[in-house]
Design a protein around this ligand. Sequence first.
Ligand code: NDP
Length: 451
Amino acid sequence: MTRLDTKDSLASLLAEIEYRNPAQPEFHQAAHEVLETLGPVLAVRPEYAEAGLIERLCEPERQIIFRVPWQDDRGRVHVNRGFRVEFNSALGPYKGGLRFHPSVNLGIIKFLGFEQVFKNALTGLGIGGGKGGSDFDPHGRSDAEVMRFCQSFMTELYRHIGEHTDVPAGDIGVGTREVGYLFGQYRRITNRWEAGVLTGKGPHWGGSLIRPEATGYGNVLFTEAMLRERGEDLEGQTAIVSGSGNVAIYTIEKLLALGANPLTCSDSGGYVIDEKGIDVGLLKQVKEVERGRISQYAERRGSSARFVPDGRVWEVPADIALPSATQNELDEKDAVTLIRNGVKAVSEGANMPTTPEAVHLLQQAGVAFGPGKAANAGGVAVSALEMAQNHSRTSWTATQVERELALIMCDIHTTCHETAERYGASGDYVTGANIAAFERVADAMLAQGVI
Ligand code: NDP
């Protein structure tokens, strides 16, 4: 029996997870981050531990690894590895994105899938958690190469997914273009128009309006809710944003709409600082239309902007920091810099972008900290709304979807806040999010027996 209400039992369970899942540091980190906050709930609900819930939650229901062979434009054959981890379906079909990035391995997909289980539970929308992807690098590949890769990937994946089984979407390196190629191949193989099998589709073929915007918009709404709790709002606040992909772009757009001033964006080559505030129209042109790099943004923007090669965006003083690129991009040293510069709130657009040591420092310094599983849940929430539209063969207006998104983000904020208070951790959104999500998944698992 697992009793996580003592330090010894937590340590031994984590040691067991590390032993059973060797060389998966990101998965260990994600499991550690959740489990170490569950003591208070396990102390009052011993039936969770008695039912072996913690062990079951940490073991994916199914893990699929497959070969993805494809040919480049010169006819050379490449072999990548594909993954789909179907982590937990107690609350609904597995749901979570696909990541195409050279760093992808089983441990990364497992950390993302584990996070997704809790994030999806927080939305309250009846979706389980999963994640997938490949170590394929789309950078510098032609459309035709990306299409051939996606077709090969789906030729294996299709047998494992379905609108009532497992519903993938985008993530790093997978946007509307890739979802289009994946959906086309799924339709071709299965001879079915099954729109709800993938989300993040184009608006004319089953996609939801506001899905591209949802993660970034949602994180800004979550940040605003945290600030309001402290008697402030976003108007006039300066912000630093990392990344320059889907999440970062729509984070910047929403910050501007709410009167804040986003000063930065970044990519793996460095960051841009723009004293006048990022021009989101130009950023979209460079990144979404031309598929260029942010150094080109700086070249075209004029004297207000400059590109800092290899720089760390966290060195720019601002009121708010919104990490929106990748895992572990904000470490202890960055947290010290942010605190020294007087940051008021840090909210995670990316998944696990802040190292545990950095989270600890920020919370100790009284900075409002929004964990990704709550703050960036707007994307998957609108994906679930896309599934609802697909099932009912309707399309909602942008206003309708945005209103729903705002209600969901507000609800997630309230849930995290109230749960933290209930368990004596007032203002600690990490504990609030973990316990609230855990209770939802755990209750469903208890009711469904030992499976
Ligand atoms: P994109 O592929 O659209 O953009 C990713 C951005 O992050 C790019 O600017 C990329 O720069 C940068 N980046 C990626 N990996 C690294 C790295 N190892 N080092 C430095 N920079 C890096 O992805 P998204 O915007 O969709 O996703 C960003 C984050 O948000 C991820 O953590 C994802 O899991 C999370 N997320 C996304 C959701 C969504 O709806 N899309 C939903 C919830 C969370 P470069 O081009 O140089 O690689």
